[in-house]
Every structure is written in C-alpha cells, then in structure tokens.
Design a protein around this ligand. Sequence first.
Ligand SMILES: CC(C)(COP(=O)(O)OP(=O)(O)OC[C@H]1O[C@@H](n2cnc3c(N)ncnc32)[C@H](O)[C@@H]1OP(=O)(O)O)[C@@H](O)C(=O)NCCC(=O)NCCS
Length: 436
Amino acid sequence: MPQNTLSITDNRTGQSYTVPIENGTIRAMDLRKIKTGADDFGLMTYDPAFMNTASCRSAITFIDGDKGILRYRGYPIEVLAEHCTFPEVAYLLLFGELPTASQLKTWVFDITHHTMLHESTKKFMEGFGFDAHPMAMLVSTVAALSAVYPEARNVLDPANRLLQIKRLIGKVPSIAAMSYRHNVGFPYVYPDNDLSYAENFMNMLWKMVEPKYAAHPAIARALDVLFILHADHEQNCSANAMRAVGSSQSDPYLATAAAAAALAGPLHGGANEAVLRMLDEIGSKENVPAYIKKIKEGKGKLMGFGHRIYKNYDPRAKIIKWAADGVFEVTGRNPKLEIALELERIALEDEYFVQRKLYPNVDFYSGIIYQAMGFKPEMFTVLFAIPRTAGWLAQWQEMITDPEQKIARPRQVWIGHETRPFIPIEQRSPAGLVTR
Ligand SMILES: CC(C)(COP(=O)(O)OP(=O)(O)OC[C@H]1O[C@@H](n2cnc3c(N)ncnc32)[C@H](O)[C@@H]1OP(=O)(O)O)[C@@H](O)C(=O)NCCC(=O)NCCS
C-alpha cells in the first residue's frame, strides 16, 4: 500500500477504498466514489464555516496559528514591516517577488497615476447622506467603478487584469478619503502625485487651505506599517468572498466590493470599531474586572480577542504595539490604551481565556492608534480595506490563473421536505415564519 494514502472502510457496505493524501489533504471528490449502490450520489463532507476545508492551493500568505507566524510569499511579517513600504509589499503579494529598485519605481508611478476618480464617481459619492457609514460608501463606490470601466469584465486577459489592479490599488484610498471628507462636510481633496502612498492618503484626508500638505513622517510611517500588516491574511471571510464572487468571472470592481462587504462585519474587519465602542463602554481601568466577569458569564465577547486561526498571540498585534509608540510620541497617549493594556493583562492570566487560547488580535490595538491619529471609529474598517485590496487582488489573480478552479459552488445537506401536495390558499393554516 503506498504510504501517502488513506484507507477507508465503509461499514454500510463493508467495502474498502484507498485515496491519495497530498499536502496533508485528501480530495473531497475522491469520496464521491464511496457509494452504497448505483443510485447513491456518493459520500460528501459536511463542513459549515469551512472549519477543516481547503478551498484552494495558495502561495501568497502563510499562517501558522499555533506558533503565531505570518509570512507573505515566505517573508516574515516582522521583517517586511521593518524594511518595506506598503507599495513594495503590495508588489510582493501580487507578483510573488520583492521588486528591484527600478520595478518599484515603475510600480509606484503606475499606482500613483491611477489615484484620480472620474468626476461622475465623485458625484455618485456626493449623493450619499452626510451620516452615511464610510464603509457603505466604499463598498457601493467600488462596485460603481464597474460602470466606469466596463472593459474590466475581460478578466481572462492578463494585461487588462493588471490595469484594473493598478486602478483599484490607486483609487481605493481616494474613495476612502472622499468618504471621510463627505462625512465631516469638507470638500474633496485631489491626489498629490509628489507624495508617497500613505502621505497622499493623509493629504486627501486632512489637507485644508495650505498650498501643499506636509505629512508628519512618524504618522505616515505608522500608517504605512499598519497598511503592511493588513495587506493579506490568506483565506479569511473577505478573501473567500473575493474568490467566490470572482470565480463567476465578475469584474474585479464587483468582486472587490463583495470582499469589502464581507470585511464590514463586526466579526471580521468591523472588529476594530467594535473594540473602541467596547473600551468606551468599559470607561476606566477599574471597571475591567467587572467587564471580564460579564464576558465569562456569556454576556458578549471581548472584541479584538480570539481568532479562527491564531491560537497564540497574533504577530500583527505585537508590531502594532511597537507602531503605536511612534504615533503616541506625536499625538500623546490615547487614554484608552490604559484600559486596553489592563484588559489584555487580566485576560491573558484568566483561565477562561487561557483555556480557549484567546489572545489579542490585530484589531485590539489598531483602533486605539487610529483614534489617536484623529479617525472616528466609523473609518477604521475603511482603513483596513485600503491595504487589503492588494491582498484581495492577489487572491483573485491566483484564483483566475489556477487551472483547477471553477465557479465556486458548495454542496448542501438537504434537511427539508420531500415532495408534498400543494395546498390551495383558502385551506392553508398560518404556520408562522420559518426562521431557520
Ligand atoms: C474571531 C472569532 C469570530 C473566531 O471565532 P471562532 O473561531 O468561531 O471561535 P469560537 O466562536 O468557536 O470560540 C471558541 C470559544 O471561545 C469563546 N470566544 C471566542 N472569542 C471570544 C471572545 N472574543 N471573547 C470571549 N469569548 C470568546 C467562544 O464563546 C467559545 O467558547 P465555548 O467553547 O465556551 O463555546 C471570535 O473569536 C470573535 O468573535 N472574536 C471577537 C471579534 C473579533 O475580534 N474579530 C476580529 C478577528 S481578526
């Protein structure tokens, strides 16, 4: 019997099967041949929330959740955060290798020259109410770009794909900044091509009447590091949405809008906003033990704690603490940091959290830094979406060029009725709404 195989005995029939094991996985389709008879569809796996199912083979981002390791294309996140800029990391994610100096120069030039929004897109955004959530504006406007660039639907052409990738990485910060300016009631600031990616974003956010915006270098660097940390995270909820929607060959604007919509939820990218609201609710360091007690009694979750993959300290949370020091030197310490540090201290010692391997994740500290930089909580997820666009696009490109991929279409386990007789309307009884 070859070593890299799995033997399965079906106790319903007494038959044995051998299936190959490759990269620690068996192919779900190999189970289909396990049948009780000619009419049997064949065995399937049932895996709600994809707890133990690999949906793709990927070479972009590696995570070892038990050891707290995160690498993009083989490079540890700590090394990239220390030595690289965000556009350099975006290049790495998309092309597989770090750029040379001249490749980086061309890449930055190309992205920079796609930062402008069509005036019709600006008008589209002006149609939102002033209290519109910036994430709702971002999701809708990214989708609306599909109407501005109809040629984007030609997703099988590599040159066309690259053009849309550059446009998206260039334009998402402009849309994000516009959503912020709209929210606070200031006029839109056009991009400044002399500035770096992070500096230009700050320019579009915060430029007032000065002729040229000068970003504080420490804040610009911290923002750039935060962008690097958020650039990709393998098959999370939004990357999965990007791949699933992209698998129908929707254009990348629609697929990115779908991914951003997935990011908006409080269990994903919306968690940093939820952390700040939680810290507001706690109010002061003294109230932390009582709050932890409430969580342990099952009354809510400690936002910014826990992760599907990390069962150790999230490596990004460590780097964020380091980036925070640089920001607080300029802005002064955010008083919420005291509450967060106390929450972390108590939670890391508490049996409930230790037993469940609940550690701070990236969102636990990012919101505190963003707030110190002057962002309102509503903007936090938008700040996450800007760099993650590069990751989504890398995942999308990998999916499109993978000959094994097809339109994503899971199976279901049918638990509903068999065929039943139709009931004329006058004979029906009010059964109530079926909610499940
Ligand atoms: C991220 C998250 C969705 C992962 O969920 P998951 O992998 O499905 O984990 P589970 O919900 O199965 O959690 C396992 C156990 O830990 C508990 N738990 C998980 N996260 C918790 C948290 N933040 N606070 C308190 N308890 C938590 C669950 O209640 C469960 O306990 P039980 O075994 O007694 O039922 C979850 O940890 C969470 O909601 N965290 C808060 C939101 C957040 O910070 N999201 C950002 C992720 S980057």
